[in-house]
Design a protein around this ligand. Sequence first.
Ligand SMILES: *Cc1c(COP(=O)(O)O)cnc(C)c1O
Length: 371
Amino acid sequence: MSKLPLNPALQGLPVYQPGRPIDEVAREFGLPAADIIKLASNENPLGPSPQALAAMREVLSKLHLYPDGNAFHLKKRLAAGLALRPENVILGNGSNEIIEFVGHALMRPGTNIVVSQFCFAIYPLIARMMGASVITVPAREYGHDLAAMRQAITPSTTAVFVANPNNPTGTLASRDEVLALVESVPPEVLLVMDEAYIEFLDDPVDLLPWIRSGARPNLLIMRTFSKIHGLAGLRLGYGIGSTDLIEVLERVRQPFNINALVQAAALAALDDADHIQRTRDTNRAGLVFLTRECRELGLTVVPSAANFLMVEVGDGQKVFLGLQRRGVITRPMGGYQMPRHIRISVGTAKENQRCIAALREVMAQGASSPT
Ligand SMILES: *Cc1c(COP(=O)(O)O)cnc(C)c1O
């Protein structure tokens, strides 16, 4: 490449492939953007919280001022909702940035992290960026094998990452397995529990008591405003942990990573109980519909606890392209070593129907026709 003395960790490091934006697909196929639906990134099909939108409008005329670098009001509100202190919370530009904080704090050459096969792609990406290695534990029925992950910890392990429910598989680890893991991870290893989809669960495992009691200074819980609150475009996630852990992570955070619009929107979104409830209801109904319809098409689905569904379609890339030509953007899973699957995010009832109609056409064309 160039003569620049590149960080060797960047050698061969892949660039993350996000779900394709509607405008990009519209340009490629010469379709009106309004005719395209995106069911590719687990976004909220109802849009942003209306209260969040109103709160942001109020802030627009003050955008010449830097945001509050410590996000006083937002942290206070979040902490109150969690029955914790603001010092137990760190905010990130998406929870993706929290993962990067963990990378700066705990990953370097000679260390490793433990993840599961089919895990969220950002964990291994950040580890490799930091020059750390990645121990990947084989999945069980597409889900995390938490006992095996515990066994995989070595003296060089600095962090274990578990998303529950997991993305891209939608699988949920059992309460007993989660509690056994939290109890058994050694104190010198950070356990990151990524709860990006926890708000979609009826009866989630509550790990907050472990933080409140101070019993697990090596536990970091991550949550996000990208899914249930419908604010993926704003970028806000947060980490919850012991004050000691949060204090260390704060050292690697850029001072103004959470902008003023985000702070106002998030505060309002937390109080928008109506939007949260409608999102849950829409998702529950959509998940039931998509699961049933896919099975009726003769397809195997991985039972999902989140706001998306992984479906085995045969040639995943081909089916993804077929759907895309019909204006339905989904996510091919080849990059996750699941070339036979696509991931479909739950949309509105109308979007789900359109997705199934397109999927029916694409599957009926079968292997005989070229893409
Ligand atoms: C969507 C998602 C996130 C959230 O990422 P943001 O950066 O907050 O948008 C985190 N973890 C998992 C497993 C996810 O699927």
